[in-house]
Design a binder for this molecule. Structure first.
Ligand code: ATP
Length: 366
């Protein structure tokens, strides 16, 4: 069993609380992505699980064992760092086989295995070289290979694909997912890349300022963000946020902003009325904002807008639209929509896909 459990874990560096009372359970064989802005405590959390960083307070368990005082080598984990941490004087082959050799594994067994792992990662032609003779991306793959060789119960990966070019990154994303399926080990994976988190992980943990904001499946994190921070952090281009107040008029609830108003969908009405907050933030993803095309029936929010900038991205285009003085929203449109800077357009918003956040707590209200 290689579950990992964190109970009330705190890490303080002087006055800085890098990890603030974290409670998390990583199930055996689960693939969990840790995401959050720079400095939110992801690496510190990973290093504490690895035993490379002491915890200020709390408990860390691997399986049923409390590992607080256990040195890294006895934790049955392998960590893949952003900066590879390869031994510069050893060949790639020796780097990869080092841990098995000191464990006294048979030479023939090691030789077969290193070839197999090198083939998976496409580095078999590099085995006789030294780390200094490799590119950053190649070194990163070697670091991954070295971790795989050890067959630990838990893999801790800190941005293992950050130095690869876009094409190799996509390839390695698939390889790591495949490895996870094949090796059936627990993987805790720190990344800045939302696509990696969304596509590879069983569960995503979003952190901010050392605090867990939400831990859920990728789909739930995207569809049901717990608060405004998660809603704005996950999703590209990011969710649009508009400030306004809720106001009832002739049986219809409206979201009224500075110079525009939008009807609240009947599906959201009861939750918003019972929340009892007047001043709220409305969130809407760019793909729920259309220019031209069909309106969204009873849930349509219609606005007039001026087109500021249009960016063609191949399979879609992003339009930056001014809906009132100084208030811009982004729309993600099909590339076939004819639109250019300076146009006056009608915007249709799918209000059934709107989110509402409390202005006092930033929590999602619907
Ligand atoms: P990034 O995405 O930029 O790698 P991160 O989310 O991994 O960031 P951490 O490296 O865990 O963030 O850092 C969390 C906080 O702890 C930051 O405010 C950082 O400045 C601080 N910190 C990290 N290591 C130390 C240290 N050795 N001494 C003092 N402060 C530290």
């Amino acid at each position: 069993m290689a579950s990992v459990t964190l109970e009330n874990v705190v890490k303080q560096y002087g006055d800085v609380v890098a990890v603030n009372n974290v409670n998390l359970h990583f199930a055996d064989q689960e693939f969990v992505a840790l995401v959050g802005p720079s400095g939110c405590g992801k690496t510190t959390l990973l290093r504490m699980i690895a035993g490379l960083e002491e915890i200020t307070s709390g408990t860390i368990k691997i399986g049923d064992r409390i590992v607080n005082d256990l040195p890294p080598k006895d934790r049955d984990i392998a960590m893949v760092f952003q900066n590879y941490a390869l031994y510069p004087h050893m060949t790639i082959e020796d780097n990869m086989t080092f841990s098995l050799r000191i464990k006294g594994k048979k030479k023939s067994e090691i030789a077969g295995k290193v070839l197999q792992v090198a083939q998976i990662l496409g580095i078999e032609h590099l085995l006789k070289r030294k780390p200094g003779e490799l590119s950053g991306g190649q070194r990163q793959r070697v670091a991954l290979g070295r971790a795989i060789m050890r067959e630990p119960q838990v893999f801790l990966m800190d941005e293992p694909l950050s130095n690869l070019d876009a094409k190799l990154r996509v390839q390695m994303r698939v390889e790591i997912t495949r490895l996870h399926q094949r090796l059936k080990r627990t993987i805790i994976y720190v990344t800045h890349d939302q696509i990696e988190a969304m596509t590879m992980a069983d569960r995503i943990v979003v952190m901010k300022d050392g605090v867990i904001q939400q831990a859920d499946t990728p789909l739930n994190i995207y569809k049901n963000p717990a608060n405004k921070f998660v809603a704005g952090f996950i999703g590209s281009p990011p969710m649009n946020f508009l400030d306004g107040t809720l106001s009832e008029e002739n049986g219809q609830l409206w979201f009224v902003g500075a110079g525009f108003r939008l009807p609240v969908s009947g599906a959201h009405r009861n939750a918003l009325v019972s929340a009892g907050e007047k001043s709220v933030t409305l969130g809407i993803r760019p793909d729920a904002v259309l220019v031209g095309g069909e309106a969204f029936g009873a849930d349509n929010g219609r606005l007039d807008a001026g087109v500021d900038i249009v960016e063609l991205h191949g399979s879609d285009q992003l339009a930056y639209l001014e809906i009132a003085d100084g208030i811009q929203i982004t729309a993600k449109l099909l590339p076939t929509v004819q639109i250019k800077h300076g146009d006056k357009v009608t915007v249709n918003m799918d209000m059934l896909k709107a989110y509402y956040f409390s202005n006092s707590t930033e929590k999602a209200l619907v």
